[in-house]
Design a protein around this ligand. Structure first.
Ligand SMILES: [Ca+2]
Ligand SMILES: [Ca+2]
Length: 256
């Protein structure tokens, strides 16, 4: 009996969670590039990733590193800033989902905007030479056996080269319009100031994994429902909340 109670308690908790995902998916599907099921999978993945600790800067870095193989220290910090749009030091579920939507599914304009936001370190809407230098510093040449001053010279050269390519109107500042125009001419320039997008391989792996995890989660809920019924009282109480029950069942319908 105690086991049944435990199963029912777990089921209730799962159903409540599924309902939250469902509501958020309704809200976010029209404003992001993921479909309903993908949103629920991502929200579930977020919960799993943030279950041990809140997604602060350090935890976020670990997540991006392990899920998307992003390793550039500065880019990880700058990307955190681009995710944490309300600047409260935590990437919440909505921020996580919306930023992933731009990074993974955004059209060219959206991706350009995302990268520009990452590179614009002081957030003044312009990329200055110094910001380019900070972004590009250390991203090349490590381990090439060059002396420190040679590395610095090479980095300055790279910055000048990037400025030449990106500063379309030659005023020493890269505006968003400059950046956009440069990327239109050469799409590879989108990550000219550092790797801040997710590779297609990591994208595919992430989406596959979270979809499988979400399916397993909803199947477990169904199994618990069956177990709960089996062990349930003779009154046949399908107990817990009937409304959330029907919601859960429809959600679980995504299982193959
Ligand atoms: Ca935030
Ligand atoms: Ca700036």
């Amino acid at each position: 009996m105690a086991a049944t109670k435990k199963v029912m308690k777990k089921m209730k908790k799962t159903l409540a969670k599924l309902q939250v995902y469902e509501t958020l998916a309704d809200e976010l599907a029209p404003v992001c590039h993921f479909n309903h099921e993908e949103i629920k999978s991502i929200l579930h993945a977020y919960d799993a990733l943030a279950s041990q600790s809140k997604m602060d800067r350090l935890h976020f870095r670990e997540v991006l590193h392990s899920c998307f193989e992003m390793i550039d220290d500065l880019m990880l910090d700058l990307t955190f800033r681009a995710f944490d749009r309300n600047s409260d030091g935590i990437v919440d579920a909505k921020e996580f989902l919306c930023a992933l939507s731009s990074m993974m599914r955004g059209d060219e304009d959206e991706m350009v905007e995302f990268c520009y936001y990452v590179y614009d370190m002081n957030g003044d809407g312009s990329l200055a030479r110094e910001e380019l230098y900070q972004c590009l510093k250390g991203s090349f040449l490590a381990g090439y056996g060059l002396e420190p001053d040679e590395i610095e010279d090479a980095e300055r050269d790279i910055v000048e080269l990037a400025l030449k390519k990106l500063d379309v109107n030659r005023d020493g500042q890269i505006t968003f319009e400059d950046f956009k125009a440069a990327v239109k001419t050469d799409p590879l320039l989108i990550q000219a100031c550092g790797p801040c997008l997710i590779s297609p391989k990591c994208m595919a792996r992430f989406l596959f994994t979270i979809t499988e995890d979400y399916r397993a989660y909803t199947s477990e809920m169904l199994n618990n429902a069956v177990t709960g019924k089996k062990h349930g009282s003779k009154r046949g109480s399908s107990s817990s909340s009937s409304t959330s029950g029907s919601r859960g069942a429809s959600t679980a319908g995504l299982s193959p």
